[in-house]
Design a binder for this molecule. Sequence first.
Ligand SMILES: Cc1cc2nc3c(=O)[nH]c(=O)nc-3n(C[C@H](O)[C@H](O)[C@H](O)COP(=O)(O)OP(=O)(O)OC[C@H]3O[C@@H](n4cnc5c(N)ncnc54)[C@H](O)[C@@H]3O)c2cc1C
Length: 416
Amino acid sequence: MRYSIFSLAKNAWSGHKNWKPAWREPEPKSSYDVVIVGGGGHGLSTAYYLAKEHGITNVAVLEKSWLGSGNIGRNTTIIRSNYMLPGNEPFYEKSLQLWEGLEQDFNFNAMISQRGIMNLYHSDAQRDGFARRGNAMRIHGVDAELLDREQVREMVPFLDFDNARFPIQGALIQRRGGTVRHDAVAWGFARGADSRGVDIIQNCEVQGIKIENGKVLGVETSRGSIGCNKLALCAAGNSSEVAAMAGMKLPLESHVLQAFVSEGLKPYIPNVVTFGAGHFYVSQSNKGGLVFGGDLDGYNSYARRGNLPTVEHVIEAGVSMIPGLSRIKVLRSWGGIMDMSMDGTPIIDKTHIPNMYLNCGWCYGGFKATPASGWCYAYTIANDRPHEFNSLMRLDRFRTGYTVDEKGAGAQPNLH
Ligand SMILES: Cc1cc2nc3c(=O)[nH]c(=O)nc-3n(C[C@H](O)[C@H](O)[C@H](O)COP(=O)(O)OP(=O)(O)OC[C@H]3O[C@@H](n4cnc5c(N)ncnc54)[C@H](O)[C@@H]3O)c2cc1C
């Protein structure tokens, strides 16, 4: 069923009793052309673009839990393409362009809101760094503007401009950045893939990978064996565990990242604002809650919950940036498992096993990448070679030394 004003009116007329489920609940078949491990944003978008762009529809997405239970439903919903390095910028810009047409493309309301993202700077050196980033973006044809203090004050007057320790001097703004309703992205891609014939199988945990003569034959799951011609790993925070089933040790660490939502407030924060003197970012949801986050919890873990010292640390950074936050109640918080790569850049690549592919290393920036990740991964799987956009997101870069170290933090995943 296509969603439109007419289908809405028709269903309203019949008391909204005739809406069909957004996707089927099929039993797994014995074999597929492509099996995707992980029904997060990236697994679902990969299935969608495999079907839509490459006509490959005999595909299963195997999800151990329910759709949206992973990071796709846990992130702080920020999208942007304000990257600097050639290995990243064209990829993230491709993603932003896909976001711009996505709701029409997959016929689902994902509440994409290009309200702008503003990165504050607090020193001359930081201004120079941001000017360099903005110039690099503009060379790639991407929008970026450097704002001075008064321009920032006009847009977000509630910030602590005269903060004694970190006075705000200005900001780099990308007006096309913004927010998207994260779980709707999973649902939209799931519905779009399902309508093209992809089987989305929830509560189906991959527990083993069957390899013979150097080739993947299929996977062992909690719902039985499933054969495949190609296997695409897409398990985000659990990537290391899943790849270990094929004997691979990935250059990743799993870390916890927390997110927070406040009580509902009147419209207050018009865009996404990030603190340049600490790690804090905030936006306001359409329901009025402030959605914010900050640093990783700082140690390796597969637990999807964080700890109080990090809660205190994040809130302190927030209050330094917006003193008024100290009077707001936090309603809820949660954690997700981040697949942190050694240079902060993801991996979308083939592996040493000829029919097995890898998509991981998203750190805490993979939500914005969801459409381009699926688009590039689908291309890589269908053509058996990376697309130009993911040509530097290679697994072997940690052996060859061609890393894409956007943050300049080196092999320190906890700092990326
Ligand atoms: C608190 C927080 C805030 C964030 N904020 C942002 C942000 O503002 N902007 C941004 O760009 N990014 C953000 N991110 C990062 C982003 O959410 C992730 O990088 C991205 O969602 C990861 O890709 P995914 O959606 O496919 O992951 P997931 O949704 O985690 O999908 C992976 C799936 O694999 C499944 N799986 C794992 N093992 C198996 C198995 N053995 N068998 C079957 N299935 C399996 C999991 O259950 C999971 O559903 C944030 C993340 C967190 C946690």
